[in-house]
Design a protein around this ligand. Structure first.
Ligand code: C2E
Ligand code: CA
Ligand code: CA
Length: 844
């Protein structure tokens, strides 16, 4: 029963000290016995009997009942029987010597380590000395010829041996297995006591036979009796151990029936340590789809639960088993049992371990499956309420939250909905790619979240549309201020892939209506948002008065396909005239929707819907087709003049657009020089490759480009430096105030200067009065369009109007500012280079 090893140096030192102590005490005991024996007269020693005793001790030590405690063995032998009999037959010192020699021979033969041999020899010698001392004290005189029968003395001697044995054994076991002394002392106590009693009976029976000269043959029965008792005892120990461990195994597997994986692992680890009497158990989890996880612990608790690699292991013995299902199909990890020293499991223990491992495997699979289910359902719940890209609430959550307000289930106070739509977002997506678009949306989402007040709900409704449910507003009027703050959070440029993009948005504000619920709130915010866009404002608040028209707009989207198929989109033309002479130079095509129910719709009412839909290419083609038809019609009538067509920035991002245009020109047999594309300067990303390529492609083919609404955009110069423009159209905003605003005058003058130095033509939009015309003319503006000259009209009507002429001049729509033809008609070949002869850089 020696310790087989220890965990660390400190334990080793403790063990050596203790063994040394036992050796010293043992030597003293043997010395005392020798001294007392010498002091008394004695019969001569029968050395044949000493030899027999030596042999009997070897035999008795051989018969062992073992039970493993951690890496140590708790062993009971029959050695007390020959020792006690020997002490009755020959003087104590000889028995001590025999014991020491027998134990040494046996242990050396079993190749035990020296420290263990020393401890065993010292311990057994000491207990023999103690027994000898007791018999001496009882005055028992050993004799071979006339052996005495002193039952009381023998009982006392065996007790002394038992005490010494346990006193030497228990601390060693406790030190090496890190258990408490009490636990070691009480472990299998009843089996031990029964063992001592059995051995005592065997000893007394033998001694009685010897003392009362019984039949020596009976002595031969002794080994048989001993063997039977040995079998009975070890059987008892084994049955008990097995029953206990099955019991523990059953309890453990019951405890594994948990849905929480952590609970399963923790309980498995501590119970495995108990069941297999290991100092530590470890589960190394390898379940597909989860992170590697290692749980280490002992009966006392969990020492490590986390990623592998960080947990230190200083144990010397390890038993490893795969955690596989009964059918061997799935492996979820490894179970390791750690011991202070090398350990070999019995067949029974191996079977038990396999059973435990497969129960654990099932438990881990169940718990993982449950965890996965729980994760999926949590994920589903989250996904159902959140936008995947930005992590904001989604439309559904917004609806639910707003619905709670309307049902009176919340204490949100005054509530308003802010509907936010990014401007020009599709261009970012189309030119920089979806990854960049997504990055912009995520950053916008973060800024909106930061700008939100506690209690507000920020949601992404899809695409570039966001919403914010403002709650607990102190007054309804606060909604507007809050909206401005929120939009201001988007003022700083957003950096994406190294580029600084400026993002702007329009927001519609609606206060929670008294009736109509969520849908009405959404509808109102939507209408307000479109009003903001239409008015070019950042925000607009829903007002009942301006509602009706927009209700129509909302339903139009679904009708676009029919509109294209039924050719409901028609084009009107507004002439652009020479400001000086009043002659028509060319005409701008303006789209209209002849709606079967709503009548004549202007671009303001449908254009955004078209641009947002997939119908933009078909729409653009329809407009171009009608414009080129008109151009042909006018040429045939003798007015060989170009036609200007508005083009959406989004069309330019469509790689097939230039080819579509060129093939239309080819089909209509119209030369490219007769086409002018007007593009709004609000195009924010003109500098980007795709747009530039498309425009260069068209420009190289001969198509002219005009920058529309010039002066209202942000970076005219950067646009001008990137695309091949030949005309600038001054926005109506400046034209309408040319007589009242010095700023407007400054803008027009600098535009004219810029145009002059870049050899561009300047056209004024929205000329409504003669004084305006004159001012523009004086500022150097050569061409203009507006109600003063003509409103937009059908191609036929425009032709008729031109043919009729003004003041007897065909082709003129206004009286000339100067008699005598100071103005020069626009060149037929280059519509972009029309100008006054007085402008030296623009040759006629
Ligand atoms: P725009 O290119 O600036 O067109 C000029 C707008 O000003 C036209 O409005 C025209 O009817 C209006 N207008 C012309 N003269 C006067 C005037 O003296 N006073 C006032 N108050 N207004 C005047 P419209 O037709 O409603 O077009 C609005 C915008 O829609 C256009 O602005 C253009 O950007 C866009 N658009 C029109 N047709 C098309 C098209 O076929 N394709 C694309 N992509 N956009 C188009
Ligand atoms: Ca235009
Ligand atoms: Ca314009």
């Amino acid at each position: 029963m020696p310790p087989t090893s220890s965990n660390d140096d400190a334990t080793d030192r403790q063990l050596r000290l203790f063994v040394g102590l036992v050796v010293v005490v043992s030597l003293c005991g043997a010395g005392l016995v020798v001294a007392f024996t010498m002091a008394r007269p004695a019969a001569p020693t029968n050395f044949a009997v000493v030899g027999l005793i030596f042999a009997a001790i070897i035999l008795a030590s051989w018969l062992r009942v073992r039970f493993r405690v951690q890496s140590s063995q708790d062993v009971t032998t029959w050695v007390e029987v020959p020792i006690l009999i020997g002490l009755v037959l020959v003087p104590g010192p000889w028995v001590i010597l025999s014991t020491a020699c027998a134990v040494t021979v046996l242990r050396v033969a079993r190749r035990r380590p020296p420290l263990k041999i020393t401890w065993q020899v010292a311990k057994d010698s000491l207990s023999t000395s103690a027994a000898a001392g007791v018999l001496l004290a009882f005055g028992v005189m050993p004799s071979t010829s006339d052996p005495p029968f002193a039952a009381g003395a023998v009982v006392a001697a065996l007790c002394a041996m038992a005490v010494i044995d346990q006193v030497a054994f228990i601390p060693i076991m406790a030190i090496s297995s890190h258990s408490r002394l009490r636990d070691v002392a009480t472990r299998n106590l009843d089996v031990k006591i029964v063992g001592y009693v059995v051995r005592l009976v065997a000893t007394l029976v033998t001694l009685a036979l010897l003392a009362y000269n019984g039949d020596p043959l009976l002595l031969l029965l002794l080994p048989l009796i001993v063997a039977c008792l040995q079998l009975w005892q070890s059987g008892r120990v084994r049955t008990r151990e097995e029953r206990d461990s099955w019991q523990r195994l059953a309890e453990a597997t019951d405890a594994l029936n948990a849905v929480d994986l952590t609970q399963v692992l923790h309980s498995a680890v501590s119970r495995a340590a108990v069941i297999f009497s290991a100092s530590e158990a470890e589960i190394d989890l390898a379940v597909a789809g989860t992170d590697d996880r290692v749980v280490i612990g002992s009966a006392g608790g969990i020492r490590h639960d986390g990623s592998p690699g960080t947990a230190k292991n200083k144990h010397r013995g390890e038993v490893t088993t795969d955690l596989i299902a009964h059918d061997g199909t799935l492996r979820v990890g490894v179970l390791r049992l750690r011991f202070g020293g090398a350990v070999k499991l019995t067949e029974f223990e191996q079977y038990k371990l396999k059973t435990f491992a497969s129960a654990l495997c099932t438990a881990i699979r169940n718990a993982s499956a449950y965890a996965e289910l729980a994760r999926i359902s949590a994920q589903n719940a989250h996904d159902a309420a959140h936008d995947a890209l930005t992590g904001l609430a989604n439309r559904r959550q917004l609806y639910d939250r707003a619905a709670r307000h309307f049902s009176g289930d919340s204490d949100d106070g005054v509530v308003a909905l802010l509907l936010i739509d990014l401007n020009h977002f599709k261009e970012v997506n189309d030119t920089l790619g979806h990854a960049a678009g997504d990055a912009v949306l995520r950053k916008v989402a973060r800024r909106l979240s930061t700008a939100a007040a506690p209690g507000d709900l920020v949601a992404r409704l899809g695409g570039d549309e966001f919403a914010m449910l403002l709650t607990n507003l102190p007054t309804p009027a606060m909604a507007g201020h809050r909206a401005e703050t929120v939009l201001a959070s988007l003022d700083d440029a957003i950096e994406v892939e190294g580029m600084q993009l400026s993002v702007s948005a329009a927001a519609g504000i609606a206060l929670a209506p008294g009736s109509g619920g969520v849908n009405e709130l959404m509808r109102r915010a939507d209408i307000a948002m479109y009003q903001a866009k239409k008015a070019g404002q950042q925000t607009a608040t829903y007002a009942h008065a301006s509602d009706t028209a927009d209700v129509e707009r909302l339903v139009l989207g679904s009708e676009l396909q029919r509109a294209i198929a039924e050719r409901e989109f028609v084009v009107e033309f507004q002439p652009i005239v020479d400001l000086g002479s009043g002659e028509v130079l060319w005409a701008e095509a303006l789209a209209r929707w002849q709606h079967p129910e709503h009548g004549f719709l202007t671009p303001m009412q449908f254009l955004e819907t078209v641009e947002r839909s997939g119908q933009l290419p078909a729409f653009a083609d329809a407009v171009l087709e009608q414009a080129l038809d008109a151009s042909n019609q006018w040429r045939e009538a003798g007015f060989d003049m170009p036609v200007a067509v508005n083009v959406s920035p989004r069309s330019l991002l469509d790689p097939s657009f230039p080819e579509m245009v060129l093939s239309r020109l080819g089909r209509h047999k119209v030369s490219a020089e007769m086409l002018v594309f007007e593009l709004a300067e609000t195009l924010t990303l003109t500098q980007l490759e795709v747009v530039r390529k498309a425009l260069n492609h068209l420009s190289e083919a001969g198509v002219r480009l005009a920058l529309d609404d010039f002066g209202t955009g942000v970076s005219p110069l950067s646009v001008l430096s990137h695309i091949p423009v030949s005309q600038l159209k001054i926005d109506r905003e400046f034209v309408s105030t040319v007589q009242t605003s010095s700023e407007a005058v400054a803008v027009i003058r600098s535009t004219v200067d810029l145009a002059r130095s870049l050899h561009l033509t300047v056209i004024a939009e929205g000329v409504e009065s003669e004084p305006q015309r004159l001012s523009l003319w004086e500022l150097g503006c050569v061409a203009g369009q507006g109600h003063l000259f003509a409103r937009s009209m059908s191609a036929d009507r425009l032709l008729a109007t031109m043919q009729r002429g003004t003041g007897g001049r065909t082709g003129a729509l206004a009286a000339s500012l100067h008699d005598g033809g100071a103005v020069v008609r626009m060149s037929r070949r280059r519509p972009g280079s029309t100008g006054r002869s007085s402008l030296p850089h623009l040759p006629a």
